[in-house]
Design a protein around this ligand. Structure first.
Ligand code: SF4
Length: 363
């Protein structure tokens, strides 16, 4: 398949690996932001093929993993009130404080697993006597479709459709990680799909402020190894700039139509991140003009607050302070079939990646 098979080509990937080995003279810590990048690195065995001195640190870019426990409890509360709750599949097995969405479904909750928020709008149209809520989690990548569902519901004149929104933004999370006194990161691989929506403009100020190399990078093995090579090259040369490895997808100003849809429905506000806490201006909240589509406001569930599971160190994993196999629960009390935290459930979670593909990796 064009644009896929060539980015999984072993010889081309090996050439960049050889170059990384050739130019690396000292230890570097590079964080890949996105959980999709983490999975590709682990699944394709790239971590073992890098020089020992190049250490990849796994970042917070898994939308399910950073969604706070509170939100899951709020979605469960809605199910228990008789609301039809619609969600992407990854979210349903993540444990809340007492149960998961799937367990709430097993005792009668009307939970629908969808691929698109627009399907939820159709469900609302077909069920005018029921309330329908879409559990709208994600980074900048899922925000346009979720915003579009609100605009679609408005166009259809629906009064029974709302979203339980928990959108988070990558640049403020990078800033919070870099401001952490435990941070040891020397360079970033920025998330290619986020930049495909938002463009690259937000990242130049971060590069300048923290004097740190950043490479916007894709997800296939060749993308990742080339992105790591570009980051190591900058580090070895003592320079810092923003580069775009994923130029076949990412344009300087992103997808302007998608950004316009986001900006019509959402505005930037504070968001709570699982295991990290509240980060100012780190997410999207629904604008006043569209407040009638905000499930938190409509169902009065904002007060629900629950503490995170004390045995799960997801916060340290998401900030890159620890690796999954440094968690005492990893592979013991916490497995994909019986997860203690979201990073063991999600298809982009670092703990699940280590469990499925690489339990032999050393810390
Ligand atoms: S292994 Fe399980 S308990 Fe440990 S951080 Fe990952 S999800 Fe949490």
């Amino acid at each position: 398949m064009k644009h896929l098979s060539e980015y999984r080509d072993f010889d081309a990937t090996k050439k960049y690996l050889d170059e990384i080995h050739k130019i690396t003279t000292r230890e570097w810590n590079i964080m890949e932001i996105c959980g999709g990048q983490t999975h590709s690195l682990v699944k394709n065995g790239i971590l073992e093929l890098l020089p020992e001195k190049v250490r990849m640190i796994h970042g917070p870019g898994c939308p399910v993993c950073v969604t706070p426990l509170n939100l899951i409890d709020k979605a469960i509360e809605l199910l228990e009130k008789g609301v039809i709750v619609c969600s992407f599949g990854d979210m349903i097995r993540v444990p809340g404080s007492k149960k998961s969405l799937l367990e709430a479904k097993a005792v009668g909750g009307d939970l629908r697993i969808l691929y698109s928020p627009l399907e939820a709008v159709s469900i609302a149209k077909e069920n005018p006597d029921k309330e329908v809520v879409f559990f709208a989690v994600g980074f900048e990548t899922t925000a346009p479709a979720n915003a579009l569902s609100v605009l679609h519901a408005e166009k259809e004149g629906l009064n029974n459709y709302t979203i339980l929104a928990s959108h988070v933004l990558v640049p403020p999370a990078m800033e919070a990680i870099l401001d952490d006194k435990l941070c040891t990161i020397d360079a970033f691989l920025a998330a290619g799909h986020v930049c495909a929506i938002m463009g690259m403009q937000e990242y130049y100020p971060l590069v300048e402020k923290y004097k740190i190399p950043m490479v916007v990078t894709g997800f296939e093995p060749l993308d990742l190894v080339q992105g790591i090579y570009m980051a190591v090259k900058q580090l070895e040369e003592g320079i810092y700039k923003l580069e775009n490895q994923y130029s076949r997808v990412v344009k300087e100003h992103g997808n302007e139509a998608a950004i316009a849809v986001i900006q019509k429905v959402f505005e930037v506000g504070a968001r709570e991140w699982r295991g990290i806490g509240e980060i100012p201006n780190s997410g999207y909240v629904i604008k006043e003009a569209y407040r009638k589509y905000d499930a938190e406001a409509k169902f009065n569930i904002s007060h629900i607050k629950v503490p995170e599971n004390p045995n799960c160190i997801a916060g340290e994993i998401l900030r890159g302070i620890k690796k999954p196999n440094q968690c005492d629960q990893f592979g013991k009390a916490c497995k994909p079939a019986n997860p203690l935290g979201a990073p063991m459930v999600s298809s982009e979670g670092a703990c699940a990646a280590y469990y499925h593909f690489s339990t032999h990796l050393t810390a």
